[in-house]
Design a protein around this ligand. Structure first.
Ligand code: ZN
Length: 217
């Protein structure tokens, strides 16, 4: 049994770059992949996101003089953390992790391809003005509930979830199918911000349980 047709699973950035051996590896992030594969069996609608940067991307520390990774700079659209160069278009680092096994996913949203704007969120780039088109896609398909998993809880997952909630979707983050970077308290801060805009924090068991209840009823 699957969740209703009006729900979508958004799988955020499960890429080589963010897992062990990647250029911006999040500790043990690959451990959530079996859970994500299992959750995916309970959804009809699945969207994958893929961080997809040009080499000259503004979020890369090496593209700024006298800056290093994890410094923060001010840009027109607000503060920006500088990252190690990661997920460059067409590289192995940008490919989906080989353990991710969701062949039925229907849409891949590539984000961060504008050289001068970062995009943590699957919905809106970091300037909060440039849309990725995902909200329109989901609304045209009459999808009103989004369930979010992936990497990293405190950046791309959180920003995706907050935008989804602000755009009027019922929004759930399946917390045990995410992994965080947790830079100077960023994880706790991200949860506070998500909960404040109405994002619901759920665990995988409750989703699997709910779908098996539906099956038996
Ligand atoms: Zn990135």
């Amino acid at each position: 049994m699957v969740l209703s047709e009006s729900s979508v699973l958004i799988v955020v950035d499960v890429q080589n770059g963010f897992t062990t051996g990647g250029n911006l590896a999040v500790t043990n992030a690959e451990q959530i992949i079996p859970s994500i594969n299992r959750l995916a069996q309970n959804f009809d609608n699945i969207v994958l996101t893929q961080d997809w940067h040009p080499e000259n991307h503004i979020s890369f520390a090496e593209n700024h003089t006298n800056k290093k990774a994890y410094d923060t700079i001010q840009l027109d659209y607000g503060s920006q953390v500088l990252w190690p160069t990661h997920c460059v278009q067409g590289t192995q680092d940008a490919e989906f992790h080989p353990d991710l096994n969701i062949p039925k996913a229907q849409l891949i949203i590539r984000k961060g391809f504008h050289s001068h704007i970062d995009s943590y969120s699957a919905f809106m780039e970091a300037d909060h003005k440039t849309s990725t088109g995902l909200a329109g896609y989901l609304k045209e398909r009459n999808i009103d509930s989004v369930y979010i998993v992936g990497i990293a809880t405190d950046f791309c997952v959180a920003w995706t979830a907050m935008d989804a909630a602000k755009l009027g979707f019922k929004t759930f983050v399946i917390s045990d199918a995410t992994k965080a970077i947790d830079l100077q308290g960023s994880l706790q801060h991200a949860w506070q911000e998500m909960l404040a805009v109405g994002v619901k924090r759920v665990v995988m068991k409750s989703i699997l349980h709910a779908t098996s209840d539906e099956k038996s009823s």
